[in-house]
Design a binder for this molecule. Structure first.
Ligand code: MYR
Length: 184
């Protein structure tokens, strides 16, 4: 074998490169949608729909991979999204807070957002763009597959000058009596 054979420490480097490629590819997707649609809302909707399509597929991978227990409350589900799903797929763990007395509204606060690693700020003419709106769709799609209907939106965004990035999840139905789609 040549000197180019595998050496310890190479794997994390590869991992980093593929993450960078993913983040740059996401940026290219948003840039293309901005070319296709003049209106920020149309770009946001498109990203959300694409994310939804990813989420409905991702849930099988998530349930199989993480062998998670069935959640008994919205609060457990929100924690699972932040601590297991975000950690697994994005390498970050947002903090979770419940923002309604009814216990069905939660905020995920992202201190770091790898998807915007190469984005300085939004151009002035794109002030209403939710750059990471794909994430909302992913969460919505994944939740729907475990029979949890939810509204998921960006409530704050550092790219827009807010102090933090905050994703709001509002569960729309009572958690009791739902059935879960499960892998064997
Ligand atoms: C259960 O009660 O069966 C667990 C439900 C877990 C739902 C997890 C939803 C995953 C969302 C994926 C988001 C990925 C964001 C990068």
């Amino acid at each position: 074998m040549s000197n180019m054979s595998r050496s310890p420490g190479r794997k994390p480097e590869n991992h980093k490169i593929s993450r960078e490629l993913f983040v740059l590819t996401y940026g290219a997707l948003v840039a293309q949608l901005c070319k296709d649609y003049e209106n920020d809302e149309d770009v946001n909707t498109c990203l959300d729909r694409m994310g939804y399509g990813i989420g409905v597929r991702l849930i099988d991978d998530f349930l199989a991979r993480s062998a998670v227990k069935k959640c008994r409350s919205y609060s457990e589900t929100a924690d699972m999204i932040a601590q297991v799903a975000f950690k697994t797929y994005l390498g970050i763990t947002p903090s979770v807070s419940c923002s309604s007395a009814a216990g069905n509204e939660f905020s995920l606060i992202l201190d770091k957002n790898p998807l915007v690693d190469f984005v300085e700020e939004l151009p002035a003419e794109r002030a209403s763009l939710c750059y990471c709106n794909l994430l909302c769709g992913v969460i919505r799609g994944a939740l729907e597959m475990v029979h949890l209907e939810a509204e998921v939106t960006f409530l704050q965004d550092r790219l827009k000058g807010d102090a933090v990035t905050e994703i709001g999840i509002t569960f729309l139905r009572k958690p009791e009596g739902r059935k879960h789609k499960r892998n064997k």
